[in-house]
Design a protein around this ligand. Structure first.
Ligand SMILES: Nc1ncnc2c1ncn2[C@@H]1O[C@H](COP(=O)(O)OP(=O)(O)OP(=O)(O)O)[C@@H](O)[C@H]1O
Length: 602
C-alpha cells in the first residue's frame, strides 16, 4: 500500500538554495561550457545595453552641442550598432543554452529512471506512482527551464542592476544613494517571500503528485469504477484533490502578485526619485544635459531587469523545490544490491533452501510477530513443491524472497548452498524465474514479452524462435498465432487487450522461456479453464521434471503437479509431505484441501 507524499519525503536537513541547486552540477557538467558561454554572451548583451545610455551621453554632450554633423552621424550609427549588437548577443545566448539544457534534462531523467529500477520493491511499495511520475516529468522539466533561462537571466539581470547602479554613482553619488534607498523595500519583501513561497511551492508540487496518482489509479481501475457505478465518487475525490491544489496555487499566485507588485512599484519609485534628484542636479549644473538624458535611458534599460527579479526569484524557489523532490529519490538508499565480493554457481543444480527465515514488511506495526517467523524448507534439485496455506498466511511474500525482491530480516535463502545475498542480482535472477499471481504484460509484442528474461538471445535468431515456440507450447498459448500479427502483435496497455487466462499463459511462457534452474510460480493456473489447465499441467510436468519448482497452489489440480506439499501456517512450515501423507497426518492440510475443493466446486 502506498502512502502520501508526507510520509515518503525523507526528513533531510534543509540545504541553502545554492547548495541544493549545486547538487545538479554533476549532471550539468557536460553542458557547462555552453551554459557558461551563454552566460557570457548574455552578459555581453547586458553590457551593450548599458553602453547605449553612455553613447547617448557622448552624442548629446559632444557632437550635438558642438554642431559637428559628421561626428553626430558616426555617433548615431554607433548607437544603432550597439542596439543591433545587443539583439545578436541575445539571439546567440538563446542558441547556446537551449540544447545543453535539454541534454541536462535528458541525463537527469535517465539517472532518475535508472535509480527507480535499482531501488528495491519496498521503496516502490511506499511511494505513490503519481509522485514519482510528477518528479520525473514536471520537476525535471522545470529544472531544464531554469538552466536554460532562469539561472542565466538571474545572473545577467542582477549584474545589469549592479553595473547600472555603479553608473548612477559615477554620474553622481546622490543618484546612486537615491536608487539604493528606494530599493530597500524589495530586500525586505523578498526575504519574507522566500520563507512563505518556499513552503507553498513544496506543498503544491507534492499535491500535483497526489493528483497524478489519483488520475493514474482511476484510469487503471476504470473498469471497476464503471462496473460499480463509482465514476461520480472518483470524480468527487479527484475534484477535492484538484481543489486543494487549486487553493495552494491561488495562495502561490497571491504571494507572487504581492512580490511582483513590489518589483514593479519599487523600480518606478526609484526612477521617480532619481528623476527628481537628476533634474535638481542638472538645474544646479552638477549634471550635464547629456548625463541627465543618459540617466533617463539607463533608468529605462534597468526597468526590465528590476521588474523581472520577482518572477526569477519565484522561479528559483520553484526549481529549488523541484531539485529537492528529485534528489529525495536519488537519496533513497538502495538496500538490495550486488555483494561486494560476489560468488558464482558454476553448475547450478537448483537446490533451494529457506533456513530459519524471518521476514516482516518495513511498514509492519512493531509489536506484531514476523509474518514469516523462523521458516525452514528445503527443495531438492528437480523437485516440485506445492505451497499451501490460508489466505494471508504469507505464501506470496515467501515467493518474493529467493529473487531478493525483499531481503529476509533474519535467516537465509540459499540456492545450491550459496546465500542468495552472495550472488550478483543478475546471476541470481537468471537462476530463478518467477511468475506472479497478477500477470503483467508490457506494451510490446508477444515475442518481446515472452523472451523478456532471455537477453542472451538475439531476438531474430532461430534459437530465439525455437525457445519462443517451446515456451508458448508448454503454456498452451497457441492462441497468439490467431492474433492479427501472430507473435509480433503488440499486447499490454498500449496494445491488444488479452483475457486474464491468456495473460497468465504468456506470463507462464515467460518463465519457461527463461529456462531457470528454479521456478517460483505464484498460483500460475488460477485463471485457466479446466481443460486448458489440464493441458498446461501435462506440458508443465515435462518442463518441471528437470527444474526445481516452488508453486503456490490454491487448487487441488495444482497440488497434483507437485512431488511434495509444504503447509504454511503462522509464518512457518507446519508440515511437509506428499499429498497422501499429509491427508493422513495433517489436520490443517485436510482443512485447507477441503476448503480449496469446496471453493473449486462453487
Ligand atoms: N507490500 C506489502 N507491504 C506490507 N504488507 C504486505 C505487503 N504485501 C503483503 N502484505 C501483507 O502480508 C500478509 C501476507 O500477504 P501474502 O500476499 O504474502 O499472503 P498470501 O498467503 O499469498 O495470501 P493469498 O493466498 O490471499 O494470496 C498480508 O497480511 C498482507 O496484508
Amino acid at each position: 500500500m502506498t502512502t502520501s507524499h508526507a510520509d515518503t519525503a525523507p526528513q533531510t536537513q534543509r540545504l541553502s538554495t545554492l547548495r541544493a541547486l549545486a547538487r545538479l552540477l554533476p549532471f550539468a557538467k557536460p553542458a557547462l561550457p555552453r551554459l557558461i558561454g551563454g552566460l557570457f554572451v548574455g552578459l555581453a548583451a547586458a553590457v551593450t545595453s548599458l553602453l547605449i545610455p553612455l553613447a547617448l551621453q557622448y552624442v548629446i554632450d559632444g557632437p550635438l552641442t558642438s554642431g559637428d554633423r559628421t561626428a553626430f552621424l558616426w555617433a548615431a550609427f554607433g548607437v544603432l550598432a550597439l542596439g543591433v549588437g545587443e539583439a545578436l548577443f541575445v539571439f546567440l545566448r538563446r542558441t547556446l543554452v537551449l540544447t545543453p539544457a535539454a541534454a541536462v534534462e535528458y541525463s537527469v531523467r535517465q539517472a532518475f529512471y535508472r535509480r527507480l529500477q535499482r531501488l528495491q520493491v519496498a521503496f516502490h511499495d511506499r511511494w505513490q506512482s503519481g509522485q514519482l511520475l510528477s518528479r520525473m516529468m514536471q520537476d525535471i522539466g522545470l529544472i531544464r527551464r531554469w538552466l536554460a533561462f532562469g539561472s542565466i537571466l538571474l545572473v545577467i539581470n542582477v549584474t545589469t542592476l549592479v553595473l547600472g547602479m555603479a553608473l548612477l554613482f559615477r554620474w553622481h553619488w546622490a543618484l546612486g544613494v537615491g536608487f539604493v534607498v528606494c530599493s530597500i523595500p524589495i530586500w525586505v519583501v523578498s526575504y519574507r517571500f522566500e520563507q512563505r513561497y518556499g513552503v507553498l511551492t513544496r506543498t503544491s508540487q507534492d499535491q500535483a503528485g497526489d493528483l497524478a496518482t489519483a488520475v493514474e489509479e482511476s484510469v487503471h481501475g476504470i473498469r471497476v469504477l464503471k462496473a460499480f457505478g463509482r465514476g461520480g465518487h472518483a470524480l468527487g475525490a479527484f475534484e477535492r484533490k484538484a481543489e486543494t491544489l487549486r487553493a495552494t496555487e491561488m495562495s502561490k499566485a497571491r504571494e507572487m502578485g504581492v512580490i511582483w507588485f513590489w518589483y514593479e512599484l519599487v523600480p518606478i519609485m526609484a526612477q521617480s526619485a532619481c528623476f527628481i534628484i537628476g533634474v535638481v542636479l542638472a538645474a544646479q549644473g552638477q549634471l550635464t544635459v547629456g548625463e541627465l538624458f543618459a540617466f533617463f535611458a539607463l533608468a529605462a534599460a534597468m526597468l526590465w531587469p528590476m521588474g523581472s527579479l520577482g518572477f526569477l526569484f519565484s522561479f528559483l524557489i520553484d526549481t529549488r523545490t523541484a531539485t529537492d523532490r528529485v534528489f529525495e529519490v536519488f537519496d533513497a538508499p538502495i538496500l538490495i544490491e550486488d555483494p561486494a565480493d560476489p560468488r558464482t554457481i558454476a553448475e547450478p543444480r537448483g537446490a533451494l533452501a529457506f533456513r530459519g527465515v524471518h521476514f516482516r514488511y518495513p511498514d509492519a506495526k512493531e509489536p506484531e510477530t514476523d509474518l514469516i517467523d523462523g521458516l525452514d524448507l528445503v527443495l531438492r534439485p528437480g523437485e516440485t513443491m506445492a505451497l499451501v496455506g490460508a489466505t494471508g498466511s504469507g505464501k506470496t511474500t515467501l515467493t518474493a524472497l529467493p529473487t531478493r525482491l525483499y531481503d529476509v530480516t533474519a535467516g537465509s535463502v540459499e540456492i545450491d548452498g550459496v546465500d542468495v545475498r552472495e550472488l550478483r542480482l543478475e546471476d541470481l535472477r537468471s537462476l530463478i524465474g518467477v511468475a506472479f499471481e497478477e500477470p503483467i504484460l508490457f506494451s510490446a509484442s508477444v515475442r518481446e514479452n515472452v523472451l523478456l528474461g532471455r537477453h542472451d538471445l538475439d531476438p531474430g535468431s532461430a534459437e530465439a524462435d525455437a525457445v519462443l515456440r517451446e515456451a508458448l507450447d508448454v503454456a498452451q498459448a497457441g492462441f497468439v498465432h490467431e492474433l492479427p500479427d501472430g507473435v509480433d502483435t503488440e499486447v499490454g496497455e498500449e496494445g491488444l487487450s488479452l483475457s486474464g487466462g491468456q495473460r497468465q499463459r504468456l506470463a507462464l511462457a515467460r518463465v519457461v522461456a527463461a529456462n531457470p534452474s528454479v521456478m517460483v510460480l505464484d498460483d500460475p493456473l488460477s485463471a485457466l479453464d479446466v481443460d486448458t489447465e489440464a493441458l498446461v499441467e501435462a506440458a508443465l510436468r515435462r518442463v518441471l521434471a528437470g527444474t526445481t519448482a516452488l508453486i503456490v497452489a490454491h487448487r487441488p489440480s495444482t497440488v497434483a503437479l507437485a512431488d511434495r506439499v509444504a503447509v504454511m501456517r503462522d509464518g512457518r512450515i507446519d508440515a511437509v509431505g506428499t499429498h497422501g501423507e499429509l491427508l493422513r497426518s495433517s489436520e490443517h492440510y485436510r482443512y485447507l484441501i477441503s476448503s480449496i475443493e469446496e471453493e473449486g466446486r462453487r
